[in-house]
Design a protein around this ligand. Structure first.
Ligand code: AMP
Ligand code: MG
Length: 374
């Protein structure tokens, strides 16, 4: 191109022989030609800056992925955006929101509001944040609609079976019976006016492990939305929310894990503006005399649920998907399917497993339509 500039100048060399009007004409032509020549050079320079400095806003959408350890597990946020710097700031605030939920609601954290409620069980009510109050109140709603299958007062049994400290054991029936007397969501007293929660019996304890991760994902999504991030997938240990879509795709593709083959999928589905959660008997479990004991406990029997390998739920919010996946896991195929069908915007798959480890599937209509099996 510089040779073009030279050629142009040499053609116009006898400038002194032209009149004023011609001189203006020539100047104008010169300026236009110079612009045509320099414009592409300018954009090449900008493109180079853009590549060297990932914080600059460009035309190309970039994939930004951040992974962090939290809540005793891992979280991953994937964003597609032209503005990498703003996206990273938004992702940081989303992780902060999830960390805050953990700080308030983890029973592993002695300073959490849930730990304080547990310490004061049978003694006095505890003032909590609106967030903790909301999650506990919602948990009670999921207990009611699942006929007690979902119950956050399950903690004493989770501890007895050794899942709290990850040292599985089979408790004597006597111990199970004692703990069962402490498991009853109706013994959670809520004071809505003062955001206070009291467990009515000494020895009771709350465990939000079946619902808080979903809530944390919803909180993260709220932050990302407020930051104007449009295309994002938040994944907290299998509790996900899919907003917008990745570059060149119309929706997020979410794989459903095979419950017995870690690296294989049962299939996948396309998701947009929806949450999805899976409860699986492969997440936390121990094997004793050839039998698998998993971390989801039936509040009626006091024993870990058997016969279900996994439940995946699609719902409008991640908290709903989380709570319902645990509830349906406890309810089993028949009653679980009825619960899925009864809720608007909720779809799901229940994977049953028999003694010979053969799988069978129960799927709602909406799930079937989205699901592409392998
Ligand atoms: P999820 O992976 O969401 O199904 O949650 C499982 C976790 O929820 C367990 O590790 C326990 O902390 C807790 N949990 C176990 N059984 C129940 C139950 N019946 N209702 C509510 N939470 C439960
Ligand atoms: Mg759950």
């Amino acid at each position: 191109m510089p040779s073009g500039v030279g050629a142009f100048l040499s053609k116009r060399a006898p400038l002194c022989f032209v009149n004023f009007r011609n001189a203006v004409k020539i100047m104008l032509k010169f300026t236009i030609r110079l612009f045509i020549i320099l414009a592409p050079l300018t954009s090449i320079c900008l493109a180079q800056v853009q590549l060297e400095n990932p914080d600059i806003i460009g035309e190309e959408e970039q994939k930004i992925v951040q992974t962090r350890q939290m809540m005793g597990t891992w979280a991953e946020i994937t964003v597609y955006s032209q503005d990498v710097k703003s996206a990273n700031i938004a992702i940081d605030s989303a992780f902060d929101a999830m960390t805050a939920v953990n700080g308030l609601m983890s029973a592993y954290n002695q300073d959490s509001e849930i730990s304080e409620i547990n310490r004061q069980a049978g003694k006095k009510p505890v003032s909590v944040s609106p967030q903790t109050f909301f999650v506990v109140k919602s948990a009670i709603y999921y207990s009611e609609i699942s006929d007690g299958a979902f119950d956050i007062t399950i903690s004493p049994l989770v501890r007895s079976w050794g899942f709290f400290r990850k040292q599985g054991r089979i408790p004597p029936q006597e111990e199970i019976d004692q703990q069962l007397a402490l498991v009853n969501y109706k013994l959670i007293e809520l004071d809505s006016e003062r955001n206070r929660i009291k467990l009515l019996k000494n020895g009771m304890a709350l465990d939000l492990g079946g619902i808080a991760k979903g809530y944390a994902v919803d909180q993260a999504i709220e932050k990302l939305r407020a930051s104007k991030v449009e295309n994002v997938l938040v994944n907290l240990s299998g509790n996900m929310y899919a907003m917008g879509h990745p570059k060149d795709k119309e929706a997020w593709h979410i794989g459903i894990r095979h419950p017995r083959q870690k690296d294989n999928l049962l299939g996948f589905l396309k998701l947009k503006e929806k949450a999805i959660a899976t409860s699986g008997d492969y997440e936390k479990y121990f094997i004793h005399e050839g039998k698998r004991y998993s971390h989801i406990i039936n509040p009626r029997t006091g024993h870990p649920v058997s016969g279900i390998a996994s439940v995946t739920i699609i719902a409008p919010t991640a908290m709903k998907a989380d709570a319902l996946s645990t509830a349906v896991f406890v309810l089993g195929a028949e009653k679980g399917f009825q619960l899925i069908k009864s809720k608007d915007g909720v779809e799901g798959i229940i994977v049953q497993i028999d003694d010979k480890e053969e799988l069978s599937f129960v799927m709602s209509e909406g799930f079937k339509k989205r699901f592409i099996s392998y």
